[in-house]
Design a protein around this ligand. Structure first.
Ligand SMILES: [Zn+2]
Length: 898
């Protein structure tokens, strides 16, 4: 940390310096007319600082004046913003320094990244507002309470603006602009500017992805040359090595996590959002070097239908301010194309379902310090200039339109409450066999300030029964009604067939949780038990049940609990042996006769080699820490089905897992596997880079995961070695694209679903040229939800109790079920669409096709997963499919594999 000792000037409180810039952006009338007066006045007070003049040239409005007591970025860093890429450490240290210097700025840490970096938020407003900040916040929140919002004096309420930068760490102009904006807001002087601070509460989040910002800044800075290769896009400076700085530590795209909140940064950030409900939220990104500048609105037809039109009208009104600012700079830009406002998990769309307005900005990226583009040389400094300009235009818009923005929020919530008085009075969700999944589901809702209650009475709706205390009830009549609707609905009709991201995210499907709508005839307040409250550090499930005392024979562990794999691994790590039941059985237990399904784990306790005290203590530990239910048995003879010593209990080998990573492997998919094993299940996975694979001793592992990606570059020797490893008894798990690679090596025998009847394409009807992109997009499944059917007796399905399961799909690979009738344990239903967009042709191909197939290669197994069972860490319902492959893949009988 000592490396960043700042160069601080002595503080000289009364001096102000003037900044001359080479152009001006449009200023509010009064501010512009007063500027010359201020300039002369302040010039008399203090001598302009020549260094500072160039420091801000192009960044700030002409003649803007600043308090000299506030340290400029160059005084602090020893270089100007734009000269090289600031690291996250530098941002952090500078902003802490600013917060100490300025009575306009409060800094707080709202979360910590996986790599231990603080996520910080600056609250910037006038010193007077700071004195009553909590009262201002409480008043602002009344906008979301229709019973009180009519009495608010909107014109007197400050606008709340959340400026957020560089959620993608390698889109660096944002985080660098954030440094300048922080200085500007802390140091700018002038009557008009100061009164603007009275009219705004600015929440400035300088770097939404500190780990990625740090990774990228390190990359660019270490490859800088004095003589830069500006016109060589292939230069190392512009091309990070895998996995790059876009994502967070576990290679998650944080700009998809606003709804699922599975990463610590998003959890903290969403709490900050809900604490304030800002009127306007900005999200600064970069795009390809040859592009120009984009600001929302996006493609109008692709706005989520639950977002009110007024939100888009305001987005357009705000866009006029960005257009003015960029026109004044002579910058080209565009809007209403390419990007959309559909998925509520994105930073610029999330606010739209909470009465706020989210705005996406995309700046052409220079990647390094300068790079040639089709528009000439694009310097890093220019990219920052544009982000500063639209930051300022956003603030100007928020200030001038604040009454409209407040009115929008007030109307939004009064409309929501009106709509919430619908025939559906509540949703009930729950699965008595697995409280952990329900707790994680509820954790997501609580982060978004949804009101959730325990179900206080048993309730059966249709075919589904919910048990008191094992389910939650979520009343429809609440301010989060529209957001809830987006989580519960299964939408299959769309105005457009193109999606920037997923088209469906039905949360109960993702969690494999039964849900029912409660209509007025069944609803009463007596159904509501205790309210759930948010535990921001929620990680572990509640304690499981341990029935019976110490056993001399064996313990049985139910496999239906979400954290059962963690418990099993813990037991194995302590050296205890485990077996799994391949058939169901009925045993006499201390609490009566009980039937156990296949997948139940048996821990033998009787052998004299076993340290029974230690086993008892580990059993108690996993019940406590992992929430699993364990039964202690003292008799090996069962009531019916297999006895405990039966060969239908087969040994479970402790998994030693490797995953191939590196260039060509899709880092999101690999990162999701890494995150699941490391964070949730506490199971080590050795990630081996492709280029280091030849030096690895594969015999150290018994499970190998190939996530989606390209493997054709492994080389023939390495490919052969991998094949031999499988043939020697390894379990190879291939996901999505890796399935096709294994097929291309003839390791697995797969049959693709053919296109519908081969009509000749020589007479294809002509299509309009400008429809090409849309036509192509129709062929993709960008992220939709389909129904699969499981063979519940198969090891892949252990722990599931319902053969119907929702699957997330974002591939267009269609495979026929295997010829071996036992080798497709998971296939699609005949009418599989649950939610999201799919073309009729693709839907037909998908119907009845395979999702998971099992193959034999020598003594080993290859498991082909066509779909991603760990999507974005919130598809809790399908995680077990992967864990079953890891633990039980090698137990699958060879005759049942293709
Ligand atoms: Zn981005």
């Amino acid at each position: 940390m000592e490396a960043f000792v700042p160069v601080c000037p002595p503080i000289n409180p009364k001096k102000v310096h003037t900044i001359m810039t080479r152009f001006e952006i449009r200023l509010p009338g009064i501010m512009a007319s007063l500027l010359p007066v201020f300039a002369i006045f302040f010039t008399l007070l203090g001598k302009p600082d020549a260094h500072a003049q160039s420091e801000f040239e192009g960044y700030f409005p002409e003649n803007a004046t600043f308090l000299e007591e506030i340290t400029t970025p160059s005084e602090f860093f020893g270089f100007e913003v734009g000269e090289r890429h600031v690291t996250h450490d530098e941002i952090l240290f500078y902003l802490r320094h600013l917060a100490e210097q300025s009575d306009r700025v409060i800094l707080e840490q709202y979360a910590t990244t996986h790599e231990g970096r603080p996520l910080i938020m600056l609250t910037i407003t006038s010193p007077e507002n700071h004195l009553s900040l909590e009262r201002i916040r409480q008043t602002h929140l009344l906008l979301s309470d229709p019973s009180q919002s009519d009495d608010l004096d909107l014109e007197r309420m400050p606008a709340v603006v959340n400026l957020g930068y560089s959620v993608h760490g390698n889109e660096a102009s944002g985080a660098n602009a954030a440094v300048l904006m922080s200085y500007y807001l802390a140091a700018r002087t002038g009557e008009d500017f100061e009164s603007s601070l009275d009219e705004m509460i600015i929440l400035l989040d300088p770097a939404l992805n500190p780990d990625g910002v740090q990774r990228f800044a390190g990359w660019v800075n270490q490859h800088r040359s004095v003589n830069s290769s500006v016109n060589a896009s292939e230069a190392r400076e512009f091309n990070e090595v895998w996995p790059g700085g876009r994502t967070n530590h576990y290679w998650f795209d944080l700009n998809r996590d606003w709804m699922p909140v599975q990463q610590p940064s998003s959890r903290g950030r969403v709490r900050m959002f809900q604490r304030w409900l800002p009127n306007l939220l900005t999200d600064f990104h970069e795009m390809g070097t040859n592009s120009t500048y984009f600001f929302q609105p996006g493609v109008p037809e692709r706005t989520h239908p639950l977002t009110p039109q007024r939100n888009q009208d305001l987005t357009m009104a705000i866009a006029e301010y960005h257009a003015d600012a960029l026109d004044a700079m002579g910058e080209l830009y565009y809007s209403r194309e390419t990007f959309d406002d559909f998925y509520y998990g994105k930073g610029s769309t999330y606010p739209d379902i909470f009465g706020s307005v989210g705005i996406l900005f995309e700046q052409a990226s220079s990647r390094g310090s300068a790079q040639e583009s089709i528009h000439g040389i694009l310097t890093f400094r220019e990219t920052i200039e544009n982000q500063v300009a639209t930051s300022l235009s956003s603030l100007q818009a928020a200030r001038e339109l604040r009454t409209d923005l407040h009115d929008h929020m007030r109307t939004f919530y009064s409309d929501v409450m009106e709509a919430s008085r619908s025939p559906v009075k509540a949703w009930v969700v729950g699965d008595a066999s697995d409280p952990a999944r329900l707790a994680h589901f509820t954790d997501i809702l609580l982060h978004h300030d949804v009101d959730v209650f325990d179900l206080a009475q048993n309730l059966t709706i249709g075919q589904t029964s919910f048990e008191r205390g094992q389910a939650v009830i979520i009343p429809a009549e609440q301010t989060r009604y529209l957001f809830l609707k987006s989580l519960f609905e299964r939408r299959t009709e769309f105005a457009d067939s193109v999606f920037y991201d997923v088209s469906s995210w039905t949360l109960t499907d993702a969690f494999h949780l039964p849900v029912a709508e409660v209509y007025a005839s069944r609803f009463n307040d007596g159904l509501k038990g205790d309210a759930w409250s948010l535990d921001e550090n929620f990680q572990i499930p509640e304690e499981g049940r341990l029935t019976g005392g110490r056993s001399q024979v064996a313990y049985l562990m139910e496999w239906s609990d979400y954290y059962a794999p963690r418990a099993l691994y813990t037991l194995q790590q302590h050296g205890f042996r485990a077996k799994v039941a391949t058939k169901s059985f009925t045993a006499a237990t201390p609490v009566g006769v009980k039937t156990y399904p296949q997948g139940t784990v048996l821990i033998p306790a009787g052998d004299e080699m076993i340290d029974k005290d230690r086993l008892w203590s580990v059993i108690r530990e996993v019940v406590r820490e992992d929430g699993v239910n364990v039964m202690s048995l003292n008799r090996g003879l069962t009531v019916s089905g297999a006895d405990l010593g039966s060969p239908s209990f087969v040994p479970v080998t402790m998994p030693k897992i490797a995953m191939i990573v590196g260039d060509g492997v899709r880092s999101y998919d690999a990162g999701e596997v890494w995150h699941l094993l490391d964070q949730r299940y506490h199971i080590p996975v050795t990630m081996i880079d492709k280029q280091d694979l030849s030096g690895a001793n594969l015999q150290d592992y018994n499970v190998m995961v190939l996530a989606d990606g390209r493997y054709s570059d492994l080389g023939s020797a390495m490919t052969e070695e991998l094949k031999n490893w499988v043939a020697d008894g390894g379990t190879l798990i291939t996901l999505r694209g890796a399935v096709q690679w294994a097929a291309s090596q003839n390791w697995v025998d797969l049959a693709y679903v053919k296109d519908s009847d081969g009509e000749s394409d020589t007479h294809s009807p002509r299509r309009p040229y400008d429809q090409y992109s849309n036509d192509r997009a129709r062929d993709f499944i960008g992220g939709s939800i389909f129904q699969g059917t499981l063979d519940l007796s198969h090891p892949i399905a252990y722990g599931y109790q319902n053969e119907s399961i929702a699957l997330f799909r974002n591939t267009s690979i269609f495979l026929q079920p295997t010829e071996n009738p036992y080798a497709t344990p998971l296939r699609y239903a005949d009418e599989p669409l649950l939610g999201g967009y799919v073309s009729d042709e693709n839907l037909e191909k998908l119907s009845g096709s395979a999702s998971i197939t099992i193959h034999r290669l020598g003594n080993g197994r290859i498991l082909s997963y066509l779909d991603n069972p760990v999507f974005r860490a919130f598809w809790f319902g399908t995680n077990r499919l992967l864990m079953n492959g890891i633990f039980f893949g090698d137990t699958i009988r060879s005759g049942t594999a293709q």
